[in-house]
Design a protein around this ligand. Structure first.
Ligand SMILES: [Zn+2]
Length: 215
């Protein structure tokens, strides 16, 4: 799997993975998922209370050791670093090189889309948890990742909106403190009823003004 000459920006390294304990704790009159002990920066909530969220969504803790070659350990090619994935989506950074992905000539963002990480929401829009890939990295990504080559399309994207997260869902258990309910479930920022049960592992955005590039 690891055919990359450079490890892609959003891929996690072994020593970045954090396994701090989580549990349900009282908050604002109900129970919510929390690291134990918690830190104020554990929750993400880009729209605040405007959409009805109380306290946001717990985000998976992870270290960022990408630049610490002596400490980061081997790459985990199937695992994303939640922090860098989040930053890539928020700042529209290329998931391979970590540089700005938008085309400086026209402001459009090149986006390589594969079926497994894309869900169409309209004629020229769709949701994804895969960050963009800049023009100069697209050939390299195709060359080095056979999975991508089998099923992909390149679009240009005019506008990007954060719409939610991919999360592991839990609920308070009767016998155990925590019951696992599902992995990689989409939870929208407006789906605030589920926010207390979610551990966000990736940010999901909606792409608008998508134009398919002719091959
Ligand atoms: Zn790039």
């Amino acid at each position: 799997m690891s055919g990359y000459s450079i490890v892609p920006y959003t891929i996690a390294f072994a020593n970045e993975i954090v396994t701090d304990p989580i549990g349900f704790v009282p908050y604002a009159g109900r129970m919510r998922l929390s690291y134990v002990p918690s830190r104020p920066g554990d929750w993400v909530d880009p729209y605040g209370a405007r959409l009805g969220s109380v306290g946001g969504i717990l985000r998976a803790r992870v270290r960022d050791l990408r630049d610490r070659l002596d400490q980061r350990g081997p790459e985990r090619m199937r695992k994303l670093n939640t922090r860098r994935q989040w930053r890539s989506m928020g700042k529209l950074l290329c998931q391979v090189c970590g540089g700005p992905a938008a085309d400086p000539r026209n402001g459009l963002i090149p986006w390589t889309v594969t079926k497994t990480v894309f869900e169409r929401t309209g004629l020229d829009s769709g949701r994804t948890n895969a960050p963009p890939t800049c023009w100069s990295c697209i050939p390299k990504a195709l060359e080095e990742c056979p999975m991508l080559r089998e099923d992909f399309a390149v679009y240009t994207v005019a506008e990007v909106r954060s719409v939610g997260v991919l999360a592991d869902l839990y609920r308070p258990g009767v016998l155990r403190a925590l019951e696992f309910m599902g992995r990689n479930v989409f939870v929208g920022w407006n789906d605030f009823q589920r926010h207390p049960y979610a551990l966000a592992v990736a940010q999901v955005v909606e792409l608008h003004g998508m134009k398919l590039l002719s091959p």
